[in-house]
Design a protein around this ligand. Structure first.
Ligand SMILES: NC(=O)NCCC[C@H](N)C(=O)O
Length: 481
């Protein structure tokens, strides 16, 4: 059972305030069962090597989060945690030596907690079996499985880690996409892709039934399907009401961004705005339309925030007048030909909508007006804005960084040119393995760190097509203004 955290508050008012509590999911055995023929359907670019992804990559993320958010769980124990004799038990939610942190909260643990209640267990077994087309006999069998084991089965799709009874949900490591904390409200997603439907169902049950969220039940926002959707013939995607968390960014207490993307439809964004305004959750919502392509997927794959006046982003998304040096006539027409041209419109309750001509203009407005940065806004570009590194590194999540506190962000070690751009912008660069040692030996204190990009190993994780922004669902951050 997840211990009680008396200081917990659902409270996220920015992308950069010191992170206090987040939801994560460590790679489960289901990721090791992705087969080449299903990889694309399950939204992976390739099959992954599970042991490397866990021990060589994701575990460092958990350790780093512990030093920042819950140091007593790790300080002085690093050697023991790393000891191969301990078989990674610190990272396994079903093991007695699991960290069971109340700050770095594992979704699987919350799930096994709610499955202790017989009525919830019955309802959730029925719901999962319905969406997965499971036989009635197997459904009855699942109801009697102990909650810890059942949570594992729901996520991995396999009984006893061997017999596959339904598909895994390998994308649950990208907890960002399942729901978004907006001030003290929780907006649940409505996934565009079938491969992500079970994650949504499980997390919906968690938010409505886990004691951790007891005080916030009335603050859970769910997006309904529209009547137009029920009545429209055919199945085309455009008319669906969808919204995924990677397209929702809480940039300031009064201001939310929603991407209109491959995954979030304009109808999804529209319904979300209505809910947010009706419930007085924020004063303004800006819709950022990006090309509806797999390369971009969600807005957090093309930009994220580093400090109140610093952003990392993909430059080529920004349309604009070509500079005088762009001598070739075609440069003047390229954007106008592009029907996928980004568009940015800001909606304020009871006021006229406002447009922004570039992403930079919007981000500068957020930095200066919403976050009252006294310093000029700076942009760090993917691949240091050099073709073809800009596109290559954006694909491997150079723009998808997670801020642990203002100015201290983590990203993949493979995006060399973007790392160079961070250096040129005055950031320190440090590898996670070295940092963990320094924390353990007291050479460095997480609280005193400023302006740093922490490099995380990424060979396997990046094949799943998401970075650390995607791999985090912040629930509590300190406020920045
Ligand atoms: N926010 C994000 O951009 N999340 C990345 C999700 C990756 C996952 N393989 C997906 O395609 O849904």
């Amino acid at each position: 059972m997840t211990p009680h955290n008396p200081n917990f508050k659902l409270d996220v008012t920015s992308e950069i305030g010191t992170l206090r509590v987040l939801l994560v999911h460590s790679p489960d055995s289901g990721l090791g069962k992705v087969v080449p023929s299903k990889a694309q359907d399950w939204l992976f670019e390739d099959i992954v090597h599970l042991d490397t992804m866990r021990g060589g990559e994701y575990d460092h993320y958990i350790k780093l989060l512990m030093y920042f958010l819950d140091p007593t769980k790790i300080k002085g124990k690093l050697a023991e945690i790393n000891d191969p004799a301990n078989k990674r038990n610190f990272f396994k939610p079903d093991n007695a030596d699991f960290h069971n942190s109340t700050k770095v909260v594992e979704i699987q643990t919350l799930l096994s907690d709610i499955l202790q209640q017989a009525d919830i267990r019955k309802k959730l077994v029925a719901a999962v079996c319905a969406i997965e087309g499971v036989t009635y006999r197997l459904q009855l069998q699942l109801i009697d499985i102990n909650p810890v084991e059942l949570a594992k089965i729901f996520i991995s799709g396999s009984l006893n880690d061997e017999q596959m009874i339904f598909a895994p949900i390998p994308n649950m490591i990208f907890s960002r996409d399942i729901g978004i904390a907006i001030n003290n409200h929780m907006l649940l997603n409505k996934p565009a892709k079938k491969a992500r439907a079970r994650e949504t169902l499980l997390v919906r049950y968690i938010f409505f039934n886990h004691p951790l969220f007891e005080g916030y039940r009335d603050n859970i926002l769910e997006i309904p399907d529209t009547v137009q959707h029920f009545l429209r013939p055919g199945e085309e995607q455009e008319s669906k009401t969808t919204l995924e968390g990677g397209d929702v960014m809480m940039v300031a207490p009064n201001h939310l961004l929603i991407g209109w993307s491959e995954r979030t439809s304009v109808s999804g964004a529209n319904e979300a705005i209505k809910l947010l305004f009706e419930n007085d959750v924020v004063e303004k919502v800006t819709i950022v339309k990006i090309p509806h392509k797999r390369d971009y997927m969600h807005i957090d794959t093309v930009f994220t925030q580093v400090k109140r006046n610093v952003w990392v982003l993909l430059r080529s998304l920004t349309p604009g007048e070509p500079s005088q040096e762009d001598a070739e006539p075609i440069a003047w027409f390229a954007d106008k030909k592009n029907k996928d041209k980004p568009e940015i419109v800001q909606f304020r309750k009871g006021k006229k909508p406002k447009t922004f001509s570039t992403l930079e203009a919007l981000l500068d407005n957020i930095s200066q007006k919403d976050l009252q940065s006294g310093e000029p806004t700076r942009f760090i570009y993917s691949g240091n804005n050099e073709f073809p590194y800009d596109a290559r590194e954006q694909w491997t999540d150079s723009c998808n960084l997670l801020a642990l506190k203002e100015g201290v962000v983590l990203g993949y070690d493979r995006n060399d040119k973007t790392v160079e751009a961070f250096k040129q912008s005055g950031f320190s660069i440090v590898k996670v393995q070295e940092l963990l040692q320094k924390f353990e030996t007291d050479e460095l204190d997480p609280q005193s760190m400023t302006d740093t990009l922490i490099l995380m190993p990424s060979a396997e994780l990046s094949r799943a097509r998401g970075g650390f922004h995607c791999m985090s669902m912040p629930l509590q951050r300190d406020s920045v203004i």
